[in-house]
Design a protein around this ligand. Structure first.
Ligand code: ADP
Length: 378
């Protein structure tokens, strides 16, 4: 009988596991939040991932449960484990991707390079950190942030007043994370796949370009990266995957500073936007690799198929219409481009697809991928 993987969450990451699941002969079942989501094609259940009974019922008929996102609460994850369900990544690993304060503390214990940081409970604590760090810093809500929501550069404690008020009103109480404002020259991402039995495979470190806190473009491998930098990035990724007991795909977002130090920004324990290039540009794409890893199957080769791959995100525009015509025009003008769409209705800034081009010359690959994606701009 085919192995069955249950994915909690019906977004584009679950959607992009469908094709490799079919190729591997794996049955993919998705618990979607609502009908008509990106992964609707594989949705076998619709329900609330915060409800233990819903998730337990969904998990009854699968060999392993994995995730499209990191928001499944710890008590639900633990109920699954207690019921004997294989959960990858497991709750003990996933909590470090769910809470940035827990992550910072644990990465310090593992000796990972990080920005200076502190947990602050009130304006006085934040002001003290600001005073010690040149008057500017980055404040983050520890939980629930994504695409730059929950991240704010501040130069006075008053600028985080609303977040402190929200904390005070939250019955669980809590603290904000404050970090030094890193003067980085670029952002990188290191992906590692890890099986429950411990085997690891790392992808080449990539450069990610953010606009307005959202990933706009990824270049794989990262250009102008010294061999030593590539090794250090890989070492950080593998130390974190092993140290936290991650199973499945791990992405480590990194800052590169002007003196070529790497500092960990944050973690994702699932396929990640920084790895979409690998679908078309690597021997084993991250979605296939994630399925292999969570099923504890042998991992695939992570080498690039071509010297360069560039992935450009397609974001919904203010009044985007005619997606079908744009899609056809992009395919027509750029036959070497792989255009992926997520079946989502476009809203301003919403990720609705991406384009990947792979080839021998970086300039050509950058040009082709941007030109193909530009068909979708207003
Ligand atoms: P999210 O969880 O929303 O992705 P991140 O923690 O990755 O939030 O932050 C979003 C972006 O904000 C980062 O990609 C980076 O550009 C910027 N940023 C985050 N932390 C820092 C920092 N300590 N110093 C400078 N820039 C930062």
């Amino acid at each position: 009988m085919a192995l069955r993987v249950g994915v909690v969450g019906g977004g584009q990451l679950a959607r992009m596991m469908i094709a490799p699941a079919v190729e591997l002969g794996v049955e993919l079942r998705v618990l979607a939040e609502e009908p008509g989501m990106a992964a609707a094609l594989a949705a076998t259940a619709v329900g609330d991932y915060r409800d233990a009974d819903t998730v337990l019922a969904f998990a009854r008929d699968v060999d392993v449960v994995t995730f499209d996102h990191e928001h499944v609460p710890q008590d639900v994850l633990r109920a699954l484990v207690d019921a004997g369900v294989a959960v990858h990544p497991g709750p003990d690993a996933l909590r470090f991707a769910q809470d940035k304060l827990l992550m910072r503390a644990r990465l310090d214990e593992l000796g990972m390079p990080q920005p200076d940081w502190a947990a602050v409970a009130d304006a006085t604590g934040l002001q003290a950190f600001l005073d010690a760090h040149g008057g500017r810093a980055v404040v983050k809500t520890p939980r629930g942030g994504y695409d730059g929501k929950g991240v704010r550069v501040v130069s006075s404690a008053a600028e985080a007043e609303d977040w402190f008020t929200a904390l005070a009103e939250d019955a669980r109480g809590g603290e904000l994370l404050v970090e030094e404002l890193v003067d980085f020259t670029r952002e990188l991402a290191q992906q590692v796949a890890r099986r429950p039995s411990g085997d690891l495979r790392s992808y080449p470190v990539v450069e990610t370009v953010q606009r307005d806190g959202v990933c706009a473009e990824v270049i794989a491998p990262a250009p102008h990266a010294a061999d030593r930098l590539v090794e250090v990035a890989r070492g950080i990724g593998e130390a974190i995957a092993t140290g936290l007991g991650v199973t499945g795909m791990l992405a480590v977002e990194l800052f590169e500073t002007s003196d070529h130090r790497l500092l960990v920004n944050e973690l994702a324990m699932r396929p990640h936007n920084s790895g979409h290039w690998s679908q078309d540009g690597a021997v084993t794409g991250q979605f296939e690799q994630h399925l292999r890893a969570v099923l504890d199957l042998p991992l695939g080769d992570t080498r690039p198929r071509e010297p360069w791959s560039v992935m450009v995100n397609i974001l919904g525009g203010p009044a985007q219409g005619g997606l079908e015509e744009r899609f056809a025009a992009a395919l027509d003008a750029h036959p070497a481009a792989k255009v992926h769409t997520y079946g989502k209705s476009p809203r301003p800034g919403r990720k609705v697809g991406h384009v990947t081009v792979a080839g021998a010359h970086l300039d050509d690959v950058v040009y082709e991928s941007r030109a193909a994606a530009a068909h979708f701009l207003e």
